[in-house]
Design a protein around this ligand. Sequence first.
Ligand SMILES: [Zn+2]
Ligand SMILES: [Zn+2]
Length: 349
Amino acid sequence: MSLLMAAVLDAPGSLALLEVDDPVCPPGGLILEVEACSICSTDVKMLRAGQKDLVFPRILGHEISGTVSDRYGASPSVGERVQIFPGVTCGICPSCGRGAENHCKDMRIFGFNLDGGFAEYLVVPRNSVRNGGVNLIPDGMRFEEAALAEPLACCINAQDRVEVAEGDSVLIFGAGPAGILHALLSRERGASEVAMAEPLQVRADLAEALGADQVLSPLKEEFLDDAMDLTCRRGFDVIILASRDLAIDDDLLSLLAPRGRVSLFSGLPTHLASPGLDLNHIHYREEMVVGSYGCTPAQNRRALELISSGSIDVGRLITKRVSLGSILKGMEHAERRDGLKAVVTDFGG
Ligand SMILES: [Zn+2]
Ligand SMILES: [Zn+2]
């Protein structure tokens, strides 16, 4: 066997392609030959500054698909194509019992505190296989599309929580990959109006090309007025915050229709995380502000179904493909924000 390589992060700013040991298949688990692993803004954040759940040294990468190359249990079989839910859960705690596995009290996560997918091989523990974390990829779906099932599943989680439904008007802040997945998903769920707010022209153009009804610049003075005009001054049923640069404030709440819901999809830097809000506005207008973080195994399977049926074309979000050896180029692509999704598709094995 030739030397096995992986992109290892030793400390913020220090990512290197290193030789790693041959993977050993754990009892009940499997070894995955990684075929595609997409780069998330969280990977970039980890590379530059670290992250609360990240333990060093670490192979990053949590949006993973590949081929089973070895197994130590009944299924799936060697040669099967699979997508990986990035959480490895206990399967028995109260959150796991309620289908809220993203809140498992013993959760471990590939690319955070378990080695992830920016490597030729991924070691998948028994609990991942046993608790629904390994999903068969439907026939005809490319590995790079299957890798995008995880970020789509995170959007499904947010839209389930905030109940995006038929006829809703939806406003999404941030036309990065997550914002655009939210737009495609809102449309699939029957939203009557899908508007986006994005300050960068290149991303606004991409959002329009990929199907947003309207893209407004939130930097424009007339933004609030223009946004209200899109709903005939009624306000939006749902607002999704898919940008780390934006705090919720009274101006933002003023864009909600009665009984409107806000999804706090993106985590925020500390200086934006404790806003002053007019809670009486929320009281009288019966609004809801709802968080979301990560996704569940069932939502990953739902994402694969939506991609497989052609309801959501995630392939259109891929604007760069890189080899494992040039992963930094992919990270820079994500960081420059002039495209959408970068995917590692060549592992050189
Ligand atoms: Zn991610
Ligand atoms: Zn659990």
